[in-house]
Design a binder for this molecule. Structure first.
Ligand code: ATP
Ligand code: MG
Length: 356
């Protein structure tokens, strides 16, 4: 039996509520399946920790996390703590330090999930976003000159290295080649005349190594429009850090809302731990009420099973999530029901138990 060490950072707001369901489901699956077991270690980091200690995580936090096989993160964010502090102090720091340069966000409209567009179905909305996760517009490079003076200028530089651009594009080609799907690159070379011209060139160059992958290129504005108008044209999609962030929120809306949107931050070389998280925030408006939808957290747990090499289990967990949506008897308020976070977790446990 294989043991996986998972670092759990429940974080703030609804983070701990949804992560608890994820841990519950993972434990149950491990017990039923028998091939693996999990050792969960909790870290109390986040904005509450910040309020007390003036930092989002322990000084040696990265060192402490290094030896884990994966990180399971809830959400960080708190009214009163500026978003850029919580983001850079924990989430972006972990992504960067552990070179989690691939952000994978599945955007599949599961049967039974609500969709805001007419004709939306699992057949028409089934995309896999591969977002560059280590540099680009989120490189943190820039300057703030003449602060407060009339000539004040603020610079935010997008950084696109050859290494960083090639590796994310190659990763996406590999996924498309393996799955026999089309690959779409989304950029903006007409306006961003350095970074995105380079991105497009690299997309073409790397594409020469994958003659069997059909490719498309879109400007980000057109892509945003077509994601709503004709989402079926997108299968595997590769894009930059900022564009990926924005487009995957459109994707989240298409595929049932924030309560169903999952993401994985992958270090493909497996030198460092990868991190799995629901992409929603701490949602202070509903925190503490026990009504947060845990399905996004469970979907990211499914991605963790895939990552550990148990794709059969990942798939079964997703089937259970879909069943909950199809049954419509146990749903949280964001999906029109009146069940609690725990009741959803319990129902998923029952459903996976029947599958494994
Ligand atoms: P943060 O400041 O940490 O980003 P947020 O409130 O902006 O938190 P978002 O993820 O942006 O969180 O979510 C926006 C809104 O969507 C929330 O305020 C909440 O009402 C709803 N929401 C988000 N995630 C969930 C969930 N898992 N279940 C139910 N509702 C959710
Ligand atoms: Mg938010």
């Amino acid at each position: 039996m294989k043991t996986f060490k998972v670092a759990v950072i429940p974080g703030d707001g609804i983070g701990p509520e949804v992560i608890e369901e994820g841990v519950k489901v993972m434990k149950k699956i491990a017990q039923l399946d028998g091939r693996m077991q999990f050792e969960f270690t909790y870290f109390p980091w986040g904005c509450e920790y910040y309020v007390e200690h003036g930092k989002m995580m322990a000084d040696d936090g990265i060192e402490q996390l290094k030896s884990f096989d994966a990180i399971y993160l809830g959400a960080v964010g708190y009214p009163g703590v500026p978003d850029h502090i919580s983001l850079w102090g924990l989430l972006l720091r972990i992504r960067k330090e552990f070179d989690q340069y691939v952000n994978i966000r599945p955007i599949t409209l599961l049967n039974g999930a609500p969709c805001p567009i007419i004709g939306g179905s699992k057949e028409t909305i089934d995309m896999l976003f591969i977002r560059e996760n280590s540099e680009g517009e989120y490189a943190g490079a820039g300057d703030w000159l003449f602060k407060g003076k009339p000539e004040e200028v603020v610079l935010q530089t997008g950084v696109f290295s050859r290494k960083g651009t090639e590796r994310i594009i190659r990763y996406a080609y590999e996924i498309a080649a393996e799955s026999g799907k089309t690959l779409t690159s989304i950029s903006k070379a007409n306006a961003l005349n350095y970074s995105m011209v380079f991105w497009d060139e690299v997309f073409e160059e790397v594409g020469n190594e994958y003659p069997n992958v059909s490719t498309y290129s879109y400007l980000v504005d057109a892509a945003a429009m077509y994601m709503i108008k004709d989402p079926a044209r997108f299968e595997v999609v590769v894009t930059s850090n900022l564009f990926g962030d924005i487009l995957t929120d459109i994707g989240a809306a298409l595929a049932g809302g924030m309560g169903l949107a999952a993401g994985a931050n992958i270090n493909p070389e497996r030198v460092y731990p990868s991190m799995f998280e629901p992409i929603h925030g701490s949602a202070p408006d509903i925190a503490g009420k026990g009504i947060a939808n845990p399905l996004a957290a469970l979907w990211s747990a499914s991605q963790m099973f895939d990552f550990f090499g148990y794709e059969d289990i990942g798939e079964q967990l997703l089937v259970a999530i879909e069943k909950v949506l199809e049954e419509k008897t146990v749903l949280t308020p964001d999906l029109g029901g009146n069940s609690s976070t725990t009741e959803i977790g319990d129902r998923v446990v029952e459903l996976v138990s029947a599958l494994i």
